[in-house]
Structure formats: C-alpha cells, structure tokens
Design a protein around this ligand. Structure first.
Ligand code: NAD
Ligand code: MG
Length: 387
C-alpha cells in the first residue's frame, strides 16, 4: 500500500533524513508536497527526484526561479506562506512538519484541522501554540506523532502502560558542546563552536538551542503538551552519550527507556511507520563498545534556559510564544555574529520581563504575540550589539 506524504521543510536536516528513508522504501511512498524556504536549486533537485504533485517555496520572490527550474516536469509550483497552508490542506496520509521555527505553525495547524496526521519535528510550533494544536488534533482525530528523539522515545515507552499510571517522565539531554565549560569561557564562544554538537548533526538553530540548553526547555514545553502528566512530573537529566533518548517511570517504579544510536532517522522512521515498524540503514546499538552510560543533574546556573522555559509554561498564556519568538530572533543574531552567546538567553529574559501577559485564544493572537515579541527582541539585540 502506498501512502501519500507531504514534507514541509524538505531541504533541512530532518527533511533530508526523511527523504533518505523514503528513497530507500520508494514503493511505500508517494510524495504529495515538498516545501523549502528559499533554496530553489535544492528544492527543484528533490522535486525532480521525488515527483511530488506540488513544490512550494516560502520566499515569494523565488517563484519564477522555481517555475523555471521545474518547467516541463508537470509538477505544480507555488510560493508564499498562503501556498504552504494550501499545500498542507491537500489530501495526504501523513504530513512531516520539519520547518524550523514558528514559520511552521500555520501549515502544521492546517494539516491537523484537515484531519491529516502530523509527524512533528517542528517543536517551535507546539511551544508557541500547544493548546491550539492539541485541541485541533483532538477535534479532527489527527494524531501528532513526535519526531523529536526524546518525545518519540517517550511515545514508544508509553506503549508499556497508560498515561494515568505515569509517575515521572525523564527527558534526557546531551548537555550540548559547552556542558563542562565555565560561564566565563561561554561568554567568548563563536557560532562555529556552538553549532558543533558532540553527538547529533542538525540544523544551525537547534544546534545553538542545544548549546544554550534552550532546546531542552522547549522540549519540556513540548512534552507538557504531548504527554499531559503534570509539569512537576517532567524532569530533565543530562546524559552526555545520547544513547537513552528518554525514560518513563510508572507508579510501580518500573522505568522504561528507549535507546538507539544518535541518528534522527530512527525516530523519523518510527513516526513514518507508526503503528507499524520499518527497517532503517542506521547503526544498531553496540552497548559493549559504548561500555558505559553517564548521567548528571542539569546545572541551571550555567544554563538558565531550562528554568526560564519551565516558568513560561507554568505561567501559560502567551508566555511560551513570547519566549520562543525572542529566542528565534536572539539565535539568529548570535549566528550572524551580532551578539554574544550569553546574550541569547539575556534577550529572552528581557523580552519576557517587558512583555504584557496575554491569553491568546486563536492562531491570529499567537501570530500577533509572535510579531510583537520579535520586535521587542530586535530592540534588545541592538542594545546588546552596541553595549
Ligand atoms: P534546518 O534548518 O536544517 O531546516 C529547516 C527547514 O525549514 C528547511 O527546509 C528550510 O527551508 C525550512 N524553513 C526555514 N525557514 C522557513 C520559513 N520561514 N518558511 C518556510 N520554511 C522555512 O532545521 P532542522 O534541523 O531540520 O530542524 C527542523 C525542525 O525539527 C526544528 O523545529 C527542530 O527543532 C526540529 N528538530 C530537528 C532535529 C535535527 O536533528 N535536525 C532533531 C529534533 C527536532
Ligand atoms: Mg530533541
């Protein structure tokens, strides 16, 4: 049986890993849509290989380039944010949400509202609009299948019991490239150092988030929406080898864990094939060679981002959307060499301090919170830049 897959963020790290699996299992898949932000050449190359019904480039100014690149192929071409949403409403058996940032929220929501199951990598969408997304999923019956390795691990461990029997969820964290670095040294790290993750090869934004540990904070918020066991039952544990991807402890003190090589194709395959399983080319786990697994408590003094995220989701309302928007702007400014590494979390802090509380009730409210928080973050970035 062939299944129709729409892939949002096809040119990214998760997008390419997804297509690697689809390429190896070609008979099982028909690609309905492929999208990218601005890389026309790569999107056109992928479209020629995978023959989707439609290819969408988010950057409207690149429409003509994409149309030229796909002329004569019969593949429909579209551009812009509305075209992304229209593509996600097209009939499909699964949408892979692999856009980075809140930019992925509108198409992901549209898929859930249309009743299409979503394999969710795009954690920023869930952080910004968790209540709306989970409500849309409940209303249409479209499942959200977690792709983030920790959440995919928890999802798999939850097959061993019921959510009301969970005592604790333990989210593991690698600790990132600066796990053992002093705060003074972290003040001088470069973007190149920050994106060099010890275990995972990922896009630039999530790599920086891993370095600040904002990624684990965003994942705490993500876990809270996906697995409603109560915020105080979700803990973070640093595990530098990234072999145990997370754990679920049940009321009988039985703890289930999911293990695997740090290769995103494993959780992606789990979400693609669910409730079935599919073969992957990934390296099986060789525990005798790994020999030992280490664990330590997170250091929230050197890495304040996780506590910031916990406070934001505890407060609720617009806080997580404000936090996420500020972080996106600050990470981009750090990657552009405009602000220092510690100024990322400082920017987020200042935006949260300055922002008025709000209780968004719909997607438009989230978009306006996102826009105003971005504007505020830009101002703080300029202050840090000229300090
Ligand atoms: P990436 O930067 O490698 O790719 C991002 C994709 O989104 C690209 O295809 C890009 O063209 C597209 N995109 C970017 N901005 C856009 C916009 N404004 N509008 C439309 N499309 C846009 O990112 P990634 O590492 O693949 O991460 C994607 C998502 O998956 C993120 O939310 C990330 O947190 C999550 N995730 C990634 C990994 C990983 O290993 N890379 C692991 C877990 C979760
Ligand atoms: Mg993760």
């Amino acid at each position: 049986m062939t299944r129709r897959l729409s892939l949002f963020g096809a040119t990214g790290s998760v997008g390419q890993s997804t297509l690697d699996l689809v390429r190896r299992d070609g008979e099982s898949w028909q690609v309905a849509a492929l999208t990218a932000n601005s890389d026309v050449a790569e999107l056109a190359r992928l479209a020629r290989e995978f023959r989707p019904d439609i290819a969408v480039i988010a950057d409207e100014t690149r429409y003509a380039d994409l149309a030229d690149a796909l002329a004569g192929t019969g593949i429909e071409v579209a551009a812009g944010a509305d075209a992304l949403v229209a593509a996600s409403r097209q009939p499909a058996d699964l949408v892979m949400a692999a856009i980075v940032g809140c930019a992925g929220l509108a198409p992901t929501m549209a898929a859930l509202e249309a009743g299409t199951p979503v394999a969710l990598a795009n954690k920023e969408a869930l952080v910004s609009a968790g209540e709306l997304m989970t409500a849309a999923s409940r209303a249409s019956g479209a499942a959200i299948l977690p792709v983030d390795s920790e959440h995919n691990a928890i999802f798999q461990c939850l097959a061993g019991g019921r959510i009301d029997q969970v005592r604790r969820i333990i989210l593991t964290a690698s600790g990132g490239p600066f796990r053992t670095m002093s705060a003074a040294d972290m003040a001088r790290v470069t973007p190149a150092q920050a994106v060099a993750h010890p275990n995972w090869s990922m896009g630039a934004k999530i790599s920086v988030d891993s370095a600040t540990m904002m990624n684990k904070g965003l994942e705490l918020i993500e876990a809270h929406h996906l697995f409603p066991v109560g915020l105080d039952r979700i803990e973070i544990l640093v595990h530098p080898q990234s072999v145990i991807h997370s754990l679920v402890e049940y009321i009988d003190c039985s703890t289930l864990a999911q293990l695997g090589s740090p290769d995103m194709r494993i959780p992606i395959a789990s979400a693609l094939a669910w409730p079935d399983r599919m073969a992957t080319p990934c390296a099986p786990l060789d525990l005798a060679t790994i020999a030992r697994l280490d664990f330590e408590a997170p250091d929230e003094t050197r890495f304040p981002a996780t506590a910031l995220c916990r406070a934001a989701i505890a407060e609720g309302g617009a806080r997580p959307a404000q936090l996420n928007a500020a972080n996106e702007v600050a990470v981009a400014a750090f990657l552009a060499g405009r602000i220092s590494f510690p100024a990322i979390v400082d920017t987020v802090n200042r935006v949260l301090d300055a922002a008025a509380p709000a209780a968004p009730t719909g997607l438009q409210d989230i978009f306006s919170v996102d826009a105003s928080s971005r504007a505020a973050a830009q101002q703080f970035v300029e202050q840090f830049e000229h300090a």
